[in-house]
Design a protein around this ligand. Structure first.
Ligand code: HEC
Length: 197
């Protein structure tokens, strides 16, 4: 009798330990997923910034548009091929609807970033990652906010601040552009990563 009870409570303890272990494992997995994914997002941001700075410095915003239209999508698709994850940039008001439109999950996260920024969080540090079940399987999804910096104003700032040449170029290349009128510090969009699990 007494032994029975002892056995039961031992089982209870073993069960409690096992589930604590599993939770610990999940926690470690979540940390590993976040760290690996954050690193790729950081690489993308650094490479884009490097290419843009170089081009804006040497050739000005007209050539910068070429970087944004060809070089940036090439860098992100090379990262996607290498990692096997979808690595790209999206926005609530995209310039290029084909590449830049946010899906339902991304829209939710972008709106949440805006709310967090309004509540005083630094836009630079805004990120979010979670495991999401979709009809096609489970994914780790991650986003990092891209706030507008001084470097971005020449192409995403107030329309009356864009040079006439640049405005004309954008109107020809992107007749459905929704990505002007941003002030420094506002969230222009985000890096988004989706990795199959
Ligand atoms: C020289 C002009 C130029 C500058 C400077 C520039 N962008 Fe862009 N941006 C573009 C163009 C052009 C596109 C559309 C690229 C494409 O065709 O996919 C774009 C697209 C984007 C997108 C993808 C979503 C969308 O709207 O289609 C994000 C996010 C973005 N820019 C953020 C930034 C940030 C943040 C900065 C500053 C670090 C910046 N941009 C600086 C021209 C520029």
């Amino acid at each position: 009798m007494g032994n029975g009870r002892a056995f039961k409570s031992l089982c209870g303890l073993a069960f409690a330990l096992a589930s604590a272990g599993a939770a610990g494992q999940d926690g470690a997995d979540a940390r590993r997923l976040a760290e690996e994914t954050r690193k790729v997002a950081g690489d993308l941001v650094a490479q884009i910034r490097g290419e843009l700075t170089k081009e804006l410095e040497f050739s000005g915003p007209m050539r910068g548009v070429i970087v944004c239209k060809y070089t940036v999508p090439e860098i992100s698709s090379a990262m996607s091929r290498k990692t096997g994850w979808r690595v790209t940039r999206v926005a609530l008001r995209p310039r290029n609807p084909a590449l830049g439109s946010a899906d339902a999950w991304e829209q939710k996260v972008l709106l949440d970033f805006e709310r967090r920024a309004e509540r005083g969080e630094k836009p630079d540090g805004l990120e979010h990652g979670e495991v999401v079940a979709e009809p096609g399987g489970r994914y780790y999804r991650y986003m990092k906010a891209l706030p507008l910096g001084p470097l971005c104003v020449s192409c995403h700032g107030a329309p009356d601040k864009l040079t006439p040449n640049l405005k004309a170029l954008l109107e020809t290349e992107y007749p459905h552009d929704r990505a002007t009128g941003y002030a420094v510090g506002q969230i222009r969009g985000a890096v988004t990563i989706k990795r199959p699990l």
